[in-house]
Design a protein around this ligand. Structure first.
Ligand code: FAD
Ligand code: FES
Length: 505
């Protein structure tokens, strides 16, 4: 399968056959309506269905056609944003609950894989965090101590990660991490949800989303879903205009899949301490292994050099894994970085009590999506859950974090694009397959020349809060530099917070 917007294909999209779901044809009623058939939405649908709740899942693309199809699917409790930082900002108890929840999520995935007999290459393995440079060794010591305080007592310092081709220097070993094929996992969840009476609709865009007593979701082609509860699991909430989007920042991250001889790299998860950091794992094919290496992140819409970033990833890999052969996959995707390091899972701020969101995954959406399933199921079923406060989307602790101010200053600076010149003066400068921003009078126009040579012009103004979009030549998308809305070359929205297309010029 492939999604319908970005140009690249991930290893998962090339090797999975997720079941396609028909479009919603008539208005229906359900207990819980979930928008988004990715890791968060389907985990929530599955767990609620197991408790006997009737669920409806709507997605405007394919199952896993969002970022879950573009992930690298490390399942880990080695925290991306570091336990040291979580402890500093949120306190020791929050760090402990963070570690506990990610550990529980890995176990929950393992339990579901066994119960549902999902054939998704699920595998327990160690994870190794190593220093990018000698300067970062102290960071490892600090993180080791913080991980122990957070309850991960089995994390240990080792003299190097188990890689023969290069010496990583000292590393932290996180035992009992895991990996899987994310789309095969979603396929298994889908079958289980349908078996339990859930309904899943594809090609169904949720337009207007209203909570309250008569909660309803209006689809863009007409039918309405009425429900008691709404869960917006669209990776970044499309029902929230401002509250959440000032608290997280969108980053594009790049991945290559490079062939290596079978068993020539020790099976484990690997991360370095760079900023942005590299993340590494293996996926086995019949004749060879694919070494999957990611990194080179940048703020969405603020760089257009994907090919160079993929080339740098390849160089980094070849320097460390000289046995690497041909690059088989190059892809990218977007992650949402919460300013204070914790995801936002719970009731949507400034909304009715029966509207929930799950966002701010950072590079840990596999565990966060599973945590969302567990936590939202408890909240919807009116049960206490000790993770509720930690992940509360309404928490106010984050205003004290320097990233909160710097990311929002960055957003404010993007509005200056209104008065700058365009990238090109005339559409004649565009080759087939290219796009660029052009000034026409006082307006900014997003111009794309398709492979057949026809020119398409759209307003370059993002329908979310009006920033000017940028062309992403690696993925052939229009990306908004403010809060990460992304649009196909033809202007169709496929990632929020915008929930409508770019307007025709
Ligand atoms: C390159 C890359 C590597 C990563 N590596 C890891 C990793 O190793 N480990 C890890 O844990 N995480 C990783 N992540 C993060 C992780 O992949 C994501 O956080 C996670 O997949 C998000 O899942 P989701 O269900 O929230 O969103 P998605 O999978 O994006 O699903 C959201 C769905 O909502 C649908 N949708 C949106 N708007 C609407 C609408 N209005 N109506 C109907 N449907 C709508 C979309 O079509 C989409 O299918 C990585 C991400 C990337 C990009
Ligand atoms: S995503 Fe907010 S203005 Fe575009």
């Amino acid at each position: 399968m492939r999604d319908d917007s970005q140009a690249s294909t991930s290893i998962w999209m090339a090797t999975a056959n997720t079941p396609s779901q028909s479009q919603l044809r008539e208005s229906i009623r359900t207990d819980v309506c979930i928008i988004g058939a990715g890791m968060a939405g389907l985990s929530t649908a599955y767990l609620l269905g197991r408790e006997g709740r009737s669920v409806v899942v709507l997605d405007d693309g394919a199952i896993g056609g969002g970022m879950t199809g573009r992930t690298t699917a490390h399942l880990t409790n080695a925290y991306d944003d570091r336990y040291v930082e979580i402890e500093k900002v949120h306190g020791a108890e929050a760090a402990r609950l963070t570690a506990q929840s990610h550990t529980a999520a890995i176990h929950k995935v393992s339990e579901i894989v066994s119960r549902e007999k999902i054939d998704c290459d699920f595998e327990w393995l160690d994870g190794f965090l190593f220093a990018q440079s000698a300067d970062d060794v102290q960071l490892l010591d600090d993180e080791l101590a913080a991980a122990h305080r957070a309850g991960l007592l089995e994390v240990e310092k080792v003299s190097r990660a188990p890689l023969e081709s290069f010496d990583t220097g000292v590393a932290l070993r996180f035992p009992r991490q895991a990996q899987f094929h994310p789309l095969e996992y979603l396929t298994g969840l889908t079958q289980a949800i349908l078996r339990d009476g859930g309904r899943i609709f594809g090609a169904t865009h949720a337009g207007k989303i209203e909570g309250g007593k008569s909660a309803r979701i209006e689809t863009s082609h007409g039918p309405v879903v009425s429900s008691d509860v709404v869960v917006v699991a669209t990776n970044t909430p499309v029902n929230d205009r401002v509250a959440i989007h000032t608290k997280q920042a969108p980053y594009v991250t790049y991945v290559i899949g490079i062939q290596v001889p079978k068993d020539s790299v020790t099976r484990a998860l690997y991360w370095d301490t760079g900023d942005p950091y590299h993340y590494v794992r293996l996926q086995s094919e019949a004749e060879y292994d694919v070494l999957i290496v990611g990194g080179e992140d940048h703020r969405t819409g603020q760089a257009n050099d994907g090919n160079e970033r993929h080339a740098r990833l390849e160089q980094w890999t070849r320097e460390r894994f000289p046995q690497a052969r041909e690059v088989q996959f190059r892809w990218s995707g977007q992650v949402m970085e919460p300013a204070d390091g914790l995801a936002f899972i719970g009731r949507n701020p400034l909304d009715d009590d029966n509207v929930y969101i799950a966002t701010g995954d950072s590079g840990q959406g596999m565990t966060h999506g599973t945590i969302a399933g567990m936590l939202l199921t408890d909240l919807i079923q009116d049960r206490k859950n000790s993770w509720e406060d930690v992940y509360s989307p309404s928490r106010v602790r984050l205003r004290a974090v320097p990233e909160y101010a710097s990311e929002n200053i960055n957003v404010a600076e993007q509005y200056a694009d209104y008065v700058t010149a365009g990238d090109i003066k005339s559409e004649s400068e565009l080759k087939p397959g290219e796009g660029a921003i052009m000034r026409e009078g006082v307006s900014k126009i997003a111009v794309h020349r398709d492979e057949a040579g026809a020119v398409h012009k759209l307003s370059a103004v993002c329908p979310h809060l009006g920033c000017v979009v940028s062309w992403n030549s690696a993925e052939r998308t229009w990306d908004c530099p403010c809060h990460g809305s992304r649009f196909s070359a033809e202007g169709g929205v496929y990632q929020g917070p915008a929930n409508s297309d770019l307007s025709p010029d």
